[in-house]
Write a protein that binds this ligand. Sequence first.
Ligand code: ADP
Ligand code: MG
Length: 741
Amino acid sequence: MSMGTGAQARFDAIREVNTRTPRKFDPPRDAQGRRMRISDYYGINTFDLHKMREKLPKDVYLKLVSTIETGKKLDHEIANSVALAIKEWALARGVTHFCHWFQPQTGSTAEKHDAFLSLDENNRPIEKFSGAQLIQSEPDASSFPSGGMRTTFEARGYTAWDPSSPVFIMEHTNGKTLCIPSVFISYHGDSLDEKTALIKSMEILSQKCCELLHLMGDKGIKRVVPTLGIEQEYFLIDRAFYHLRPDLLMTGRTLIGGQPPKGQQLEDHYFGSIPARVQAFMSEMENELYKLGVPIKTRHNEVAPSQFETAPIFEEANIATDHNQLVMEILRKVAVRHGFAVLLHEKPFSGINGSGKHNNWSMMVAASSQELDGENLLDPGKTPHQNLRFLLLLAGILKGVHKHGGLLRAGIASSGNDHRLGANEAPPAILSVFLGDLLTRILNSIESEDGADQSSEAAVLRLGVSKLPEVMRDNTDRNRTSPLAFTGNKFEFRAVGSSASPAFPMTLLNAAVADGFSELAETLKQKSGGSKATNALVLATIREAIRETKAIRFEGNNYSDDWVKEAETRGLLNLRKTPEALTQLTTDVSRSALSKLQVFSEAELVSRFHVRTERYVKNMLIEIDTLRSMVDTQILPACYAYHGHLAAAVSACNAAGFNAPQAAIANHIGELISRLQERRAALEKAMETETFATEDQKATYLSREVAGLMDDIREACDRLEAVIADDYWPLPKYREMLFLS
Ligand code: ADP
Ligand code: MG
């Protein structure tokens, strides 16, 4: 009797993985062949402001800087000068093509390459790159999601250079391309991408923050930039396994797969020593990012087996967002060279922690456009005045998050993140803010004071506000269960999914906070009648905001069931699934606030709703089709084969007059197979019978009715995996993918 050969490919993969060794790469070397310091080659592939200052005529350089600072359109005259300098630099580095690099609403980036090569009037080849080409390009917009912003007969869209993000060179095996970070807008000027609104939200946040600070006397502050440091979590598995898993290839996560005997319960992976092959991968990945001027700082193992994290030094939010896209791209690219596949999905493995992208966010006084050396406005200061300012800004943040909690939840909604939020490993779908013990005590004491006569600095002193800095520094208490936690001098938005572009969640956070600031400024103006607000007025305003926003503050365990109940009594939203969460984009409150702040017009916002709903539906349908085909063409055939093998053995035993001990297990497997068939049929039925008037009805149906059927199928498959002979099972198992290195 021949045994199963269905596992042959899997066994070959295991053998292949066992022969792998850490890959060596060629780090940048100096003329003497010595390995260069990172600081010597950091940013060689970006044309940043330092290089611009070197290469551009002074007046052009100054005009460019002022364009960047004011966010105005680039003047065509200087564009030619800038384009020339960029071209010379790029050609000297062996670049042949250029592209506008932009971020359509797909979560990733898009690019269309053009050669510098051109023919002059005598038909001779030359390298050409004009100011017009630098500033604008016109890709066919019809293949990018627009959520109804653009009708098919009006397919035109434009990409326009965003000069606040430096151009950079992407290297590939046989060439180099100059990438020009760009925004993407329709013919009528509506934003079609993730970046336009982010830039607008940064602008309005700066404006509203300055306005508020001016009211309390800080007239010197002219511009504020949100800062962003993004921790990126990811899994690495061997490519040989990856290619044998249609679910990973198609959807980024395993749709089936039984639990290994050892998962993460031993807690031995977090901060453990990094495996040699992974270490080699990380060094090369970081090297690529250093060349691109991405300031990668930390690397470590994460909680789950085969899970890792990389994090840069924070930067201005727009650049940090571009850099996070580069991080994701370089992770993918370099992983291939090392025989790995990187999984950026929020939940690649069931029963094992998923991945997030913690967005560390703060606001900084812009000292100059080149260095982030301004004051961190969320760093409690050295003087009572600075501390009062800190508390006022904190009050504004609380107001914004309180008013727009649902909107912020919508900003992180995706089919992938649905598997993570609220699963006792990641923050719940309920948005709340953690401030820590000390700040909570301070806010409580401000709240309980009677506002009447706390007019002097003495009152501020008495509240202990003057002592903020010393205490803050030691105050390292963390609440890792909170979706939005204050961590000493910044907020950490921990609920963002690992595969998401940070642009949308950060746009909404900036806008929500700007709205909070705006409301505070109104209150202060009313109270002070237009003149500089006294400390007493500021304090009274803070007190009102504290009282009003109490519901959003939560210091306890966000994973507990008690919190779910309490949040409900507080009137906080608990939007478990993406379709529910996305409805928050189109509420009256969201629409009117975002259009008033000029971050999204109502039409742009509605289009975000459509694009995201559509993406959810598409992702779900891809998962469903993948699951169907895996069950039909891999799992059931493997089960039939092994079942047939047992049946043949049983009948041979019977014929020979022996007992047939295989009979019991054959019966058991038969029952499990029937169960899988029933569930498979139920899914088929669920997908056949329904038609929907709108995409969001379909999304809701898929999330409520079909997601559960997929889980049922998975359960049946996983039980079979546990009893089918190993050499019949075609799919790499969790223990193999997660523990072989
Ligand atoms: P951890 O959260 O593990 O303690 P850190 O606090 O050092 O780590 O930083 C996590 C991320 O937060 C890093 O990317 C860091 O650069 C970033 N970060 C630190 N300060 C700020 C800030 N003022 N604004 C935005 N991000 C910041
Ligand atoms: Mg952190």
